[in-house]
Design a protein around this ligand. Structure first.
Ligand code: BT5
Length: 250
């Protein structure tokens, strides 16, 4: 991935991302940036890599990407003035900026599945992991560009040509910088863009439980509202959602 001085200088001049770093190989960009956050590093640190040896997903899962095929990046943010209950808006902004970057750079329209996966059809194109430490949020994104694991979507397959990871990174950081702080707009844009709302869904919950129902909305705390078959409205903060095409059978 090419991150030359001009790219860095442009980002430093136009956005809060004044310290954009690249490492050929790292265990996890989130791990490194989270350690920097804990050490007091200011907002604006960005770390991208070509290869992670221990890429993290949510809930102790792993993120897989062959060397040089994906945009693998983490950013350090310190969202001043945002109540802790509203910090989901930072990941919502990251997902919106990622969707916009795919649209503007590659011409690909991805869907946002709650809480912040990017999909093409029902296949996962990108995942976002937010980790919090003190007043910092580290947002990491893995976006499949030149290839992806079996069953995953990737941009070059969708477009039939090669999309620059650098161009995607620059677009994502510029978009994220603009959205940060504009929280009312983020809340509304995220609600409008999240295609989980209105769908029949299956949700695997943290406790191993499973819920089938219809997603009716997203509340002001970012929770997904799912009406179960018993008519009860469930408020979900975490969980794995599958969009269902047909009426669930049980
Ligand atoms: C996520 O987790 O979707 C968040 C992924 C965040 C990865 C980035 S890469 C840069 C930064 N540094 C890190 O260490 N992490 C962040 P989750 O919703 O738990 O999804 C993980 C699941 O997605 C896995 O269990 C696999 O089933 C699947 N998966 C793994 N790699 C994938 C890929 N490249 N494309 C699509 N799906 C993948």
């Amino acid at each position: 991935m090419i991150l030359d001085e001009r790219v860095r200088a442009d980002l430093a001049g136009a956005t809060r991302f004044g310290d954009v770093r690249f490492m050929q190989v790292v265990d996890s960009t989130n791990r490194v940036v989270l350690d920097s956050a804990r050490a007091g590093e200011p907002e604006g640190l960005v770390l991208a890599t070509d290869l992670q040896t221990a890429g993290r997903g949510r809930l102790d899962r792993t993120w897989e990407a062959a060397a040089g095929t994906s945009l693998l990046v983490s950013v350090l943010l310190r969202p001043a003035g945002l109540a802790p209950g509203s910090w989901y808006l930072v990941t919502a902004a990251s997902a919106l900026a990622a969707r916009d970057a795919c649209e503007n750079v590659a011409g690909v329209t991805a869907e946002i599945k709650w809480p912040n996966d990017l999909l093409i059809g029902e296949r996962k194109l990108a995942g976002i992991l937010a980790e919090i430490s003190g007043g910092a949020v580290v947002v990491g994104m893995g976006l499949n560009v030149h290839s992806g694991p079996p069953g995953a979507a990737y941009l070059d397959e969708a477009t039939g040509r090669r999309t620059s990871r650098t161009a995607l990174l620059v677009a994502w950081l510029n978009g994220l910088d603009r959205l940060m702080g504009d929280w009312d707009a983020v809340r509304e844009r995220y609600r409008a863009a999240c295609t989980t709302v209105g769908r029949r869904v299956r949700v695997e919950q943290l406790d191993g439980g499973r819920l089938l129902g219809r997603a009716e909305g997203i509340d002001d705390d970012g929770r997904l509202l799912v009406r179960g078959p018993d008519g009860v409205l469930n408020l979900l903060s975490v969980g794995d959602v599958t969009h269902l095409r047909t009426e669930p059978s049980g």
